[in-house]
Write a protein that binds this ligand. Structure first.
Ligand code: FDA
Length: 308
């Protein structure tokens, strides 16, 4: 019930000022965000590596309308990738990029600028010896993001994409992308979307997730099963076994701070588990989506405000 207002608040400058100004927010944000600097990102990666886990790093930021800020985001990724390589961790961590953080929404030539900027990040990732996955944002960006993915994959065939099971179109997108060398991260979807494009009922989203998983597991690509849902994790394992996939041919993914014991359990059982680690100052939108996902996250936040 609170999902829609929280997701609306995720894009409200007024609420953002209120939440950011509250000194008590920081402690809760820390649960989901690994710090603000590239050093924090590297240190979180090292700690997760020591627990047998893999990582994808997200330099927080989205929806920029300022080309200088978009260029700053590219530099932040370049610096972080260099530090990752320097620390000998590039075989354990890749990066996740939101195209709206590197210019996709700029009013003039936004898509071209986002493509050029994403290309710079891919070059830095290649130099470091790792890969890039493009995050997926609201449905108005899906065609543009998949178009940029196709352009990038000409030179960087290892670039991956996220598909969101709540969109009606996604089963078809899975079919298109379940090809050799194609890395697809399947999630349920975190934005407020209208019924014209997205399933609204949780059970329908779950059923779509399973249909998409079947396509990806039976295809020739590399499925990345991004969910904390124990049912989806179990079904993914069954489908992988039925498709005779070995553990190196797909992976599970979860967000930093969510079900950490389950992350370690899956890895200890011989699966590849990658943790999505967000860091940086621009945590507001990411944080609000985490609150919207789960009443318990919101309750934890509200309790911390009341009890302090
Ligand atoms: P859901 O929220 O439906 O929860 C199902 C069940 O999982 C719960 O009933 C509970 O059992 C368990 N569970 C969930 N959260 C838990 C918690 N905090 N503690 C304990 N149990 C919990 N979205 C998007 O739109 N674009 C993107 O690019 C990405 N990228 C992305 C990357 C990665 C690696 C992940 C894991 C997720 C994303 N997402 C995303 C977010 C995604 O769309 C979705 O909003 C969240 O993962 C929540 O959905 P779940 O699949 O976890 O299940």
């Amino acid at each position: 019930m609170l999902r829609t207002p929280l997701l609306a608040a995720a894009r409200s400058t007024g609420v953002r000022k209120l939440v950011e100004a509250n000194p008590l927010t920081a402690a809760v944000v820390d649960r989901f965000v690994a710090g603000t600097t590239p050093e924090d990102a590297v240190s979180a990666t090292r700690s997760l590596r020591d627990q047998g886990l893999h990582v994808t790093l997200d330099h927080l930021g989205e929806d920029t309308l300022d080309s200088a800020q978009a260029a700053g985001t590219v530099r932040a990724y370049q610096r972080m990738l260099a530090e990752l390589a320097e620390a000998g961790l590039a075989d354990r961590a890749e990066v996740s990029v939101k195209l709206s953080a590197v210019g996709q929404f700029l009013p003039t030539d936004g898509e071209k600028i986002a493509l050029d900027n994403a290309r710079l990040i891919c070059e830095a990732a290649a130099a470091a010896g790792t890969t890039v996955t493009l995050d997926m944002e609201d449905h108005t960006t899906t065609d543009s993001t998949l178009g940029i993915l196709a352009d990038l994959r000409v030179d960087f065939p290892w670039v991956g994409a996220v598909l969101q099971a709540y969109l009606h179109r996604t089963e078809g997108d899975c079919r298109d992308l379940a090809t050799a060398g194609s890395r697809v991260r399947l999630c349920k979807g975190a934005y407020a979307e209208p019924a014209s494009v997205a399933f609204q009922d949780k059970q329908e989203v779950d059923r779509s997730y399973v249909r998409c998983l079947k396509v990806l597991m039976n295809g020739e690509g590399y499925p990345m099963v991004a969910t904390h849902d124990p049912r989806m994790v179990a079904i993914a394992g069954d489908l992988a076994a039925r498709a005779r996939r070995s553990p190196e041919t797909f992976e599970y993914q979860m967000l930093y701070g969510i079900r950490p014991e389950e992350q370690r359990r899956l890895a200890a059982d011989g699966n590849k588990l990658r943790v999505y680690v967000a860091y940086g100052d621009e945590w507001y939108g990411y944080f609000m989506r985490r609150l919207a996902e789960r009443p318990a996250n919101l309750a934890f936040f509200l309790r911390s405000l009341v009890s302090s």
